[in-house]
Design a protein. Structure first.
Ligand SMILES: Cc1cc2nc3c(=O)[nH]c(=O)nc-3n(C[C@H](O)[C@H](O)[C@H](O)COP(=O)(O)O)c2cc1C
Ligand code: SF4
Ligand code: SF4
Ligand code: FES
Lengths: 432, 814
């Protein structure tokens, strides 16, 4: 398969409409019809449809969404919360914010349906604080939806109430991790929480909570309208549905490309106009910098959860960062590692100290002062961080290094040249 | 026939699971953390953030092990301090798993890359978990050749606690202790990543009565105390187990000393009592024994000059014996509330046998006859087996604190209350005057009354606060009452009625370490040892027999209490006074007490340091502080807290020895030459089945607010860290005391016209104090003052009690 099947754009279908973000445009283009339908069903029925659709979380881990929702207790002894993760911090990821800018009502409609399904009466959208324009747009959309009766008390006469609060985050990558996000939302320092208890048992304010990504929830209205079978017609068996791939880097037309899950880089590059200036591809990430990098060998790997994993990486957030032959891998790896060092929350030893150390080795190597032992040390420290950290940030932090050395060891070795030569000559006459 | 091999199947009791750790089958209670199960089997998994009394954090990642569940290995090594045991779990620790071993070595190396390796000058060096575990589980040399993280060092986070941030391994033990155990979250993690550090808010020091515990549980030398920093190396110290001499909790301590000098005190682990914590007073207040005014030699007042001059023991004892023999039958004994059981017993026996009097009282504070009846009827003889205990408090559905400020008066009781309440199983109520920090930190409900109105409030509970009586009705509920109750007529009687009505048990929690023991040995005018009544002939006969006295030789008339003794001495009815560790300014009427000391023909003072009593004493006999003697404190639970001598051979003698020798001079035998002898003599008395005292039945009174302008009712109690003489010589500790302020409601301030002023002047006909004030939720018409803090010395300056009317005026600018 060398070309992409023409997919009906689903998630992005309204993005190019005039004033796509307004409630009028949204309503003209089927907006809020799924909500009407959902309110006639029982919460259990909605959870079942989402389960049947096979929708998996779009925040990176790919957890089956219907299953996650079913963890919420059936009673309402405590308030239930739905929290939308709109922190979008993974390097290279640029899909949630464009979605919220272009089509905020699709998220809001999804929030109402999902909240209804989980018996929640208060939904929070946690947006990274830097994107003020997006926060404004969401707030305006919430207002519009409220005025139109899609939000607030007795929604569309159903007797169901829901409030949505748009919350501006305080700017840290770790606040995208769902439990750190909850701490941050509660007004604390964002650091991941010990699990169990899982959020469905004790999340926000120790009440049952579900955290979902923007794109996950924005997919829900289409599933309600189209049905689970329709949804499964897109994508692959275990990773069904449409997905927004954010393509950045050395391509002709970087941007958001919606395609069914399982699309390959070869196909995506075609959609994005090919490599920029025809300079060949060297390496790329399938799902952000936390997913091990791929090379030109992997052009035909199907980009769904299974395909990416089989090829030794992860689908992550489908943030496809493309680098051509002009880019030094050790340099890129160093830049990414600086990011992780800067963003490590500090809670656990491996990530906090590991990134601190790794950065120094990489900086030294890129400066031309590396040694071959440094490469071994890098790999060994990575091994001591991966799977030893408190949360997945630490795991992600070592991905670029491990995969970079795996595919491009020569480039790292080249940085040790100077020291190798130095060692050949005695440092001081007579010192040997 | 072959015998079937015996199967060694482990039985799994109800509520337990079976798992395998390092190839060994083990049964563990459900919910137990893996790290503890392994530890019980003798497998020590290295750890830093884990602490058995703190909620798990999983932060340091030092304790990783491999875990297999349902036959499937978990993909990552698991933190054994956060994962609970499960049936069928198969665990491999560093002992059997190369993966776990490598993970642990890896974390250890990462912890060390930024560690300063200044062990040779670090207080923790030699007793440092990081040092020890690095040796046991770490690499021999470091691969880290780059730049270490540095910070300015050290920073004081209070006057007592210093922080070296670069030594910190960010385990969060200190912050979790402060937030969870003490409820004083004044230290927090700041910044993130490698810059993450412990810190305090600007201008908000780490003010906690329990801050020293963070130093002790810090697994590295990041937290040190200003008092101990750089003073000694752990391997130069001798450690002796001890018991804290300050409050009635009776904490187990470890005293570290060298060359005859105590260098520091640490909390010892006693799950029944203080768990692993002590308060800062217990930890840091010990240098009073080295004060310059310590009495080291006997002294006799020179007739000619009127000055005390050093004398030999022989001379001093002779002078004292002669005077006291003359005054036999006309001498009173004030022991103070800080004696060991053995020493108090010696005073009790000395009064009866050598002085022929029941004029003895340990209560060097406001007291009442009702209190005496309560102690004799309800407190004496209770033991941990029969009475309320620390663990009983923890298990109680409801706790009512009355006239008792737990954090200030018995800080370890406070910690238990908080622990119980934090788990959400115990509801705590406080009858007091304002929402003090302890009320907040025990998640408590305040039932506010005017000072002196507590008894009426207790009587009104069933009508005004039925939830309290209902709660107290649940089995296991308790009522805790403090020393202040003696200042509220009718309160003990009302509490006994409440206890009767609800079934809740009452515990009396005095402030001083020796009070509970003094009750037991009969250092009271109506009681002989063991709760025997002075007025009961059968009881006297028991004692006479045990003491080898002639039948009928014990005085049979109940004696005078402290107030009575003071009054009688002041007006010449009593000729001699024998005074232990008593500060006249703690007494209800210090002026009268001074007059009594001045008027009495003869005053014998047994003292550690020169005091307001030695100023008037005719003979001063030096006695040993608790580190220089052995003995037993009876804590508020009635639990025996025995301790041996820490500093041997200082020559200081315990009170019981001094009294024994003195008695010999007076031709009486006490058999209390040593604490052991005294304890043996006391034990020979055994228990009694003679009559017990009747419970008090004093009417409770409605407290009325003062009617005249500019007056308010005084509420007052002492703070943990204050002017107490055992806290002298400890400037670092003193710096963590609470700010000295008066408290009153905004409305009261307006009515009294002080709302615009910066300070209030509180006065009586005795004198006045001027002090800044804060608003708090006190009842209208009430002003609160700390009992003895800074310049505010309520008894000394005002001669006032809890519940006394006082004048309140604007105090002008500070
Ligand atoms: C370090 C870190 C950062 C993360 N950042 C984000 C993020 O920005 N947005 C997001 O949706 N999920 C993020 N996640 C994943 C969330 O923890 C969580 O899995 C997700 O929000 C669940 O939603 P989903 O089931 O809809 O995917 C992050 C996870 C980690 C470990
Ligand atoms: S891996 Fe550890 S230090 Fe890193 S972000 Fe997660 S909890 Fe914080
Ligand atoms: S100061 Fe000590 S107890 Fe506190 S986090 Fe650092 S190492 Fe842990
Ligand atoms: S001891 Fe287990 S993570 Fe720190």
């Amino acid at each position: 398969m060398s070309t992409v099947d023409p997919v009906t754009p689903v998630l992005t279908k309204r993005w190019l409409s005039p004033r796509s973000w307004s409630i009028q445009t949204y309503e003209q283009l089927e907006g809020y019809t799924a909500l009407r339908k959902a309110l006639t069903a029982t919460p259990e029925q909605i959870v079942q449809v989402v389960k049947d659709s096979g929708l998996r979380g779009r925040g990176g881990a790919g957890f089956p969404s219907g299953l996650k929702w079913s963890f919420m207790p059936p009673n309402e002894d405590k308030p239930h919360y739905l929290v939308i993760n709109a922190d979008e911090g993974e390097p290279g990821t640029c899909k949630d914010i464009p979605l919220m800018m272009a089509d905020p009502h699709s998220l809001i409609e999804g929030c109402v349906i999902a909240s209804y399904a989980m018996r929640s009466h208060h939904c929070f959208i946690y947006v990274r604080g830097e994107v003020l324009h997006c926060i404004r747009r969401l707030n305006a959309a919430v207002k519009e939806a409220k005025a139109a009766g899609y939000l607030g008390e007795n929604i569309l006469g159903s007797g169901y109430d829901l409030e949505i609060t748009v919350h501006a985050g305080a700017g840290a990558y770790i606040c995208g991790e769902e439990t750190a996000l909850l701490d941050s939302l509660e007004g604390r320092r964002g650091q991941p929480r010990l699990k169990p208890p899982f959020p469905a048992a004790a999340g926000l304010y120790a009440a049952p909570t579900t955290v979902n990504n923007v794109e996950t929830i924005a997919s829900v209205p289409y599933i309600i309208n189209g049905g689970s079978d329709w949804f499964r017609r897109m994508g692959t068996e275990k990773s069904p549905g449409p997905k927004i791939y954010s393509i950045s880097g050395h391509v002709e037309r970087p941007g958001q490309y919606e395609a069914p899950l399982g699309t390959t880089l070869r196909q995506l590059l075609e959609m994005a106009g090919g490599m920029k200036d025809g300079i060949p591809l060297k390496f790329w990430t399938p799902g952000g910098s936390s997913t091990p990098m791929f090379t030109a060998e992997h052009l035909d790997v199907p980009l769904d959860f299974e395909g990416a994993a089989e090829a030794g990486s992860m689908l992550g957030t489908t943030a496809v960062q493309v680098f051509n032959e002009t880019v030094s891998v050790p340099w890129a790896v160093m830049k990414w590692t600086q990011f992780y060092k800067h963003e490590s929350c500090g809670k656990c030893t491996p990530c906090r100290e590991g990134t601190y150390w790794l950065v120094q080795i990489l900086e030294r190597m890129v400066d031309g002062n590396g040694t071959e032992e440094d490469i071994d040390t890098l790999l060994d420290v990575c091994d001591n961080v991966l799977g030893r950290s408190f949360c997945a940030l630490g795991d992600g932090a070592v991905s670029p290094i491990q995969s970079g050395i795996k595919y491009f060891r020569d480039e790292f070795l080249a940085l040790c040249q100077k020291n190798r030569e130095k060692n050949r000559k005695p440092a001081m006459a007579g010192a040997n | 026939m072959t015998v079937a091999p015996e199967k060694n199947e482990l039985v799994v009791p109800e509520g337990h699971v079976k798992l395998v750790i390092d190839g060994i089958e083990v049964v563990a209670p459900k919910g137990e953390l893996l790290i503890r199960t392994a530890e019980r089997m003798g497998i020590t998994i290295p750890r830093f953030c884990d602490h058995p009394l703190l909620d798990p954090a999983g932060a340091c990642r030092q304790c990783l092990v491999e875990v297999e569940m349902g036959g499937r290995p978990m993909p990552k090594p698991q933190a054994s301090c956060t994962i609970t045991v499960a049936d069928g779990m198969v665990v491999k620790t560093q002992v059997t798993s190369p993966v776990a071993d490598k993970a642990q070595q890896g974390v250890m190396e990462l912890l060390l890359i930024n560690h300063p390796l200044d062990c040779p000058i670090c207080d923790k060096g030699g007793e440092c978990p990081l040092q020890n575990q690095a040796l046991a589980h770490g690499r021999t040399d470091s691969r880290f050749v780059d730049r270490k993280r540095t910070f300015a060092k050290p920073i004081p986070i209070s006057t007592q606690v210093l922080l070296d941030r670069e030594r910190c391994v960010l385990c969060q033990r200190c912050t979790r202790f402060s937030a969870q155990i003490a409820g004083d979250p004044f230290i927090e993690l700041l910044e993130r990543g490698a810059q993450q550090q412990i810190g305090i808010a600007e201008e908000k020091p780490f003010q906690s009565y329990f801050s020293g515990n963070t130093i002790q549980i810090c697994p590295v030398g990041a937290l040190t105390s200003a008092a101990y920093r750089f003073r000694s190396r752990p391997f130069d110290l001798v450690s002796t187990p001890g018991v804290c001499e300050h409050c009635s909790s009776g904490c187990a301590e470890r005293t570290d000393w060298r060359r005859g000098k105590v260098m520091r005190k640490l909390a010892a682990n006693d799950p029944e009592v203080n768990e692993e914590w002590i308060c800062d007073k217990g930890r840091f207040a010990f240098r009073y024994t080295g004060a310059a005014d310590r009495v080291l030699r006997p002294m006799v007042r020179d007739k000619a000059t009127g000055e005390l001059k050093q004398a030999s023991w022989t001379e001093a004892l002779q002078v004292a014996a002669e005077a006291l023999t003359k005054a036999r039958g006309s001498a009173g004994v004030l022991t103070g509330g800080r004696l060991t059981l053995e020493d108090a017993y010696a005073y009790s026996k000395f009064a009866r046998v050598a002085l022929g009097t029941n004029d003895i009282d340990f209560r060097a504070r406001p007291h009442s006859r009702e209190e005496q009846e309560f102690l004799a009827s309800t407190v004496v003889g209770t033991t941990p087996e029969t009475g309320v205990t620390f663990t009983g408090i923890e298990a109680a559905p409801t706790v009512l604190c009355v006239a008792f400020e737990p954090e200030e008066e018995a800080p370890i009781v406070f910690l238990r209350l908080r622990k119980a309440a934090r788990k959400g199983r115990t509801k705590v109520f406080h009858i007091g005057q304002w929402t003090s920090p302890a009320v907040e930190k025990t998640f408590g409900t305040l039932l506010a009354t005017p000072p002196g109105g507590e008894a009426a409030a207790v009587d009104a509970l069933s009508s005004h606060a039925p939830d309290v009586t209902e709660g107290l009705g649940k089995p296991g509920s308790v009522i805790l009452v403090g020393e202040r109750a003696a200042q509220v007529p009718g309160l003990f009687s009302a509490l006994l009625r409440l206890s009767e009505q609800t079934g809740a048990r009452i515990a009396w929690i005095p402030r001083r370490a020796g009070e509970r023991g003094a009750v037991e040995v009969g250092a009271l005018p109506t009681l002989l040892p063991g709760g025997r009544l002075v007025a009961d002939a059968a009881a006297r006969a028991e004692v006479e027999q045990a003491w080898g006295l002639e039948p009928g030789s014990l005085p049979d008339v109940p004696g005078r209490d402290t107030n009575g003794i003071i009054e009688a001495a002041a007006n010449g009815e009593l000729r001699a006074l024998v005074v232990g560790g008593v500060d006249p300014y703690d007494l209800p009427d210090p002026q009268l007490a001074l007059k009594a000391l001045r008027t009495a023909d003869f005053v014998l003072s047994l003292e550690l340091r020169h005091s307001a009593v030695t100023e008037f004493a005719d003979v001063v006999l030096p006695i040993a502080p608790s580190v220089e003697k052995a003995g037993t404190f009876l804590n508020w639970e009635g639990r025996r807290r025995e301790f041996g001598t820490t500093l041997d051979g200082t020559g200081a003698l315990p009170d019981c020895r001094v009294l024994d020798t003195l008695a010999v001079e007076m031709d009486a035998d006490l058999f209390t030459q040593t604490p052991t002898a005294a304890a043996g003599d006391l034990a020979r008395l055994g228990t009694t089945s003679t009559a017990r005292a009747a419970a008090p039945t004093v009417e409770s009174r409605q407290q009325s607010l003062p009617q005249s302008d500019g007056q308010a009712l005084l509420a007052t109690w002492r703070q943990l860290l204050d002017n107490g003489s055992l806290q002298e010589e400890e400037p670092h500790l003193a710096g963590t005391a609470r700010r000295v302020v008066a408290r009153l409601s905004e409305h009261t301030a307006e009515v009294l016209g002080v709302d615009k002023a910066e300070t209030v002047r509180v006065s009586t006909d005795r004198g006045s104090v001027t002090v800044p004030f804060e608003y708090a939720d006190l009842p209208d018409g009430v002003v609160w003052l700390p009992g003895n803090s800074g310049d505010v010395r309520v008894r000394r300056e005002l001669g006032a009690l809890h519940g006394s009317p006082v004048n309140v005026h604007p105090g002008g600018t500070e």
